[in-house]
Each structure stands twice: as C-alpha cells, then as structure tokens.
Design a protein. Structure first.
Length: 170
C-alpha cells in the first residue's frame, strides 16, 4: 500500500507543475515584461523627440535658405543694435527686414507691407544673429546668419550659414 501511494505521487508529479514552480515562472515572466515595457516606452518617447527635432531642423534650414537666397542679390545691408535684425534692399528695390519675434519665430517684413512668418509656430528659435562684413576692395558683403533652435528635452540645434552678396559696389 505504501509503495502504491509513492507510485501515485510520482505519476501526479510527472503530470504537472508544483505551485512553487508556477510562481517562479510567473515572477520571471513579469520581470521580463516589466523591463521590456520600460524599454519600449522610452524608445517611443525618444522617437517622438527625434521626429520633433527633425521637423524643427528642416523648418529652420528652409528659413535660413530663404534669407540667404534673398541676401545673395541684396545690397545696403544694416544690422540691428543687438545684431538680431538684418535689413537690406533686395533685387526688386524693396527694403526687407528679417528679425526674431517674441514667440521665437523668424519674421520677414517688407517696408510698407505686412510681416510674414517664415518659420512655423511649432519651431522655437531662441537666438538669431547676423554679421555683415564688407570686403576690403569695396566689393560684395559677406553675411553670416547664426541661429539656435530649442527643442524638447533641453536639446539645442545650432545652425550657421554664410552668403556672399552678388551685387558689387554697394
């Protein structure tokens, strides 16, 4: 009779898991799921930040390219007192001014006309600086445009470009 009970216990044990084995397996599973979900959440957050910064970078790059294109054929360059405003006469004879508004967007203003934003509302520019250097021989001016775009998570993107005016003698 005693041997029969032992055989039956061996058979029962071979057919399933003990409660302790199940608890250990569930604990290991929950730890792995917890770590994986934390990594996944962080990856999604990082991807969102990178996407936002990429959109801001594209927007600021397009704005700098627009300023550079118009300045390339401009003349009579003047700077604001804090070097944060550039005004000049463009190829069509219009007095144009580029500056940074209070919300951190680049604004283009034509004298006697309306101001227009050249960066989107989602782009936050914390700094915009201009530098104009005339060549020694009285030739074209060299305009340097430097900007800092701020993003989520204290990430700053610094961009700078220089353009030489094609108009000689002004």
């Amino acid at each position: 009779m005693f041997l029969r009970n032992i055989e039956r216990m061996d058979r029962v044990r071979a057919d399933g898991f003990t409660i302790i084995e199940l608890m250990v397996a569930m604990t290991v599973f929950l730890v792995v799921v917890g770590i994986s979900s934390g990594i996944f959440t962080r990856t999604i957050r990082t991807q969102r930040i990178v996407t936002d910064m990429s959109a801001s970078l594209n927007n600021v790059t397009l704005a700098l390219e627009q300023i550079a294109r118009e300045a390339r054929t401009g003349y009579f360059f003047t700077l604001g007192s804090d070097l944060d405003m550039l005004s000049f006469t463009n190829v069509w004879g219009e007095s144009v001014e580029y500056t940074l508004d209070q919300e951190g967007r680049i604004v283009r203003t034509v004298l006697g006309g309306e101001s227009q934003l050249i960066t989107s509302a989602g782009t936050n520019i914390s700094q915009l600086r201009f530098k104009v250097a005339k060549k020694m021989d009285g030739g074209s001016a060299l305009i340097t445009i430097a900007t800092t775009a701020s993003g989520e998570g204290d990430i700053d993107i610094h961009l700078q470009t220089s353009v030489s005016s094609r108009i000689v003698g002004f």
